[in-house]
Design a protein around this ligand. Structure first.
Ligand code: WQD
Length: 339
């Protein structure tokens, strides 16, 4: 019997790539998204990629009528919960809204799942729950603490699931701590396209490459790293999507819950990323050294052996593919000629 998976936030960057991976893995998939951070044309793009009609509900997770419509229209076997606010800087300016969407929204979803007899959930967590890690590469049992309201909501989300799982053994959770998702789908049909000035490195470089921003600001070159700039464990979004399929397989086939880092185990610096993007787009990209960004840590690098042991996940794409897929997506989207 084909399993049906609900993707909250499924029209977003990671959600849309996971949608494709799940359909290709044989799951039936339903999207719930309020499109507050998603392109309106994502459902039709997903239909182009998969060749199948897309079941998509538009609505707010916090609206009980919306959840009723979704759970009354489909027999949901498991949920992948992407719908959340995720900008670290913005969260420091609006902590209440982050707590309301990311924490209250999670509780509302879990209560409606329980009412529907659905007890399997994959939770989008983040390496940000590690704060400034004391041990690098970071193991899953490293100390957790929050360095922003956004990180607080992810840590709180994990603790809500821990409390719920301890109280009722019908539940099983896949908690995936993403490191730095980048890149775009190889079809060139979906990718990251943040509104306004991007907070994150790769979408910012992409906008420099298409001429929408003048130069990259490198936030500090005086860190204790080989070239002085920040080191991150970037992971291709299609690898990340595949990790969700493997997490769901473990939850549904083996009733196994898990808490896993999803990264590559390889870190690159800001300047290494910039150089790789220059090779992808075939032109030099201007940058200036700027002051450090508050809240940044020098290194975020994942221990990745548990993901391999528990769900058989290993990242496959390297930095060149991450940059080439991003450039193919952004240049196609802006109708400029890809390199
Ligand atoms: C990467 C590196 C910056 C922009 C955040 C969240 C994390 C996750 C991913 C949601 C750092 C440098 C960046 C720029 C720069 N989000 N940089 N100039 O901060 O590691 O992680 O996004 O889950 O939770 O914390 O990602 O891409 O913002 O920064 O020099 O214009 O690039 O200093 O070293 P980050 P990032």
């Amino acid at each position: 019997m084909t399993k049906t998976i609900l993707l909250t936030g499924g029209a977003g960057y990671i959600g849309s790539h996971t949608y494709v991976a799940l359909v290709e893995a044989g799951y039936d998939v339903v999207i719930l998204d309020d499109f507050s951070n998603a392109r309106e044309d994502v459902p039709e793009r997903l239909e182009m990629i998969t060749g199948k009609p897309v079941a998509c509900h538009r609505g707010d997770l916090l609206d009980p009528a919306v959840l009723d419509t979704v759970f009354n229209s489909h027999k949901i076997d498991a949920v992948v919960h992407f719908a959340a606010k995720k900008a670290v800087g913005e969260s420091t300016r609006m902590p209440l809204e982050y707590i309301e969407v990311n924490c209250t929204g999670l509780v509302a979803l879990l209560k409606r799942m329980r009412e529907a007899g659905c007890f399997r959930l994959v939770f989008s967590s983040s390496a940000t729950v590690y704060g400034e890690p004391k041990v690098v590469p970071i193991p899953e049992d490293a100390e957790r603490f929050h360095t922003s309201p956004y990180a607080y909501t992810k840590l709180m989300g994990e603790q809500i699931l821990e409390q719920l799982g301890a109280s009722d053994d019908r539940w099983a959770f896949g908690v995936l701590r993403y490191f730095n998702p980048v890149g775009a789908h190889t079809s060139g049909q979906i990718g990251e396209d943040p509104n306004g000035i991007p907070n994150n490195l790769m979408p910012y470089i992409a906008k420099v490459a298409v001429g929408e921003l003048p130069a990259l600001n490198v936030f500090g070159d005086d860190y204790d790293t080989p070239d002085g700039t920040g080191l991150r464990d970037y992971i291709h979004v299609e690898d990340l999507a595949r990790a969700h399929v493997l997490s769901l397989d473990a939850l549904l086939e083996r009733d196994e819950g898990h808490v896993l880092n999803i990264g590559t185990g390889q870190a690159y610096s800001v300047l290494e990323m910039l150089r790789a993007y220059e090779r992808a787009c075939g032109k030099p990209l201007p940058y200036v050294i700027a002051p450090r960004r508050s809240g940044d840590v020098p290194v975020l690098l994942a221990r990745v052996d548990r993901a391999a042991e528990v769900i058989g996940f290993r990242a496959e794409y390297g930095l060149e593919t991450m940059c080439a897929s991003s450039w193919a997506w952004i240049s196609r989207l802006r109708n400029s000629v890809p390199a």
